[in-house]
Design a protein around this ligand. Structure first.
Ligand code: PDD
Length: 274
């Protein structure tokens, strides 16, 4: 199962980076996770556009063109199975540890694929836990620096939740690794894009599907109190797709089962994927 590292395909055991790599020392890099259904990269251009934005935000030049990226990633897809591709670019390995950007150091480019595991909870729903959003002010950047996300997800798990839904100044931002949707008084709502959330590709696909199928969906701020009253809550990401939350902080959401809006949008999403 080869991985890609700086121009070569290698067995994962042979793919080595320097301990001075700034990804390792500083979390100084950005990443993408792109699903591939039946061997086809899903929303590839959208993921690459977001990668461009993340790289620009952290002042790393994109080492490859769109076609070069496709050429790097496609060989990682084995056969026609469902997989996701992980790619990351760091500011490279400087000769010594120094916060300042090194000069004339090539970035480190790494990519690998993994099978998309079955996710039966998508149909039954998951529990989620609300936690205070303790992350930084650039959550629109898909940075590899994920310590806050990791701690939040772990805390949610220890409280019996499969996702942490994050709250900043009383407003819902997103999940620890997903975007959030809710049905509030019969209307589907998701928080608007800002520096507080990642512009999720799955989120964008859901908005597009809703537009095309005359399902009204508003990009609108929601408070934690709105969320507690919601008829439905979903999380959305490339890895989990669209997942109903049936229990929030130990209380049933709606009827405690996946709701009708989720049934409809999930059906549309599954069809769109094909
Ligand atoms: N995470 N918000 C955060 C903080 C995320 O980490 C993710 C995805 C999303 C959803 O984005 P998308 O629909 O483009 O996957 C929202 C990826 C899957 C991860 O870190 O593994």
């Amino acid at each position: 199962n080869p991985v890609y590292l700086n121009g070569r395909y290698l067995p994962v055991e042979e793919a080595h980076i320097s301990v001075l790599d700034r990804g390792f020392l500083f979390g100084d890099g950005v990443y993408e996770v792109i699903p591939a259904y039946r061997g086809r990269l899903f929303e590839f251009e959208a993921h690459m556009a977001r990668l461009d934005n993340s790289l620009a935000a952290v002042l790393i030049g994109n080492p490859h063109s769109l076609d070069e990226w496709r050429g790097i990633l496609v060989p990682l897809l084995k056969g026609g199975t469902d997989q996701y591709v992980y790619l990351q670019i760091t500011r490279g390995a400087a000769p010594k540890r120094d916060h300042l950007f090194p000069e004339n150091i090539p970035p480190t480019v790494f990519a690998m694929s993994s099978p998309i595991p079955p996710y039966p909870e998508r149909d039954t729903g998951i529990r989620a836990v609300c936690l205070e959003d303790s992350r930084w002010d650039n959550c629109h950047v898909k940075a590899i620096t994920l310590l806050a996300n990791v701690l939040l997800r772990q805390e949610a798990s220890e409280r019996g939740g499969a996702e942490a839904i994050l709250v900043k100044n009383g407003f819902v931002t997103e999940g620890s690794s997903s975007n959030v949707f809710a049905v509030l008084n019969g209307v589907l709502v998701t928080p608007p894009l800002s520096r507080d959330i990642l512009p999720g590709i799955t989120r964008a696909v859901i908005l597009k599907i809703c537009r095309e199928n005359h399902v009204s969906c508003r990009e609108q701020s929601m408070t934690i109190d709105d969320l507690k009253q919601a008829d439905e809550i979903w999380i959305a990401s490339s890895v989990r797709e669209v997942v109903p939350v049936v229990d929030l902080d130990g209380r049933a959401v709606g009827g405690g089962e996946p709701g009708p809006a989720w049934q409809q949008v999930n059906r549309l999403f599954q069809a769109y994927k094909q």
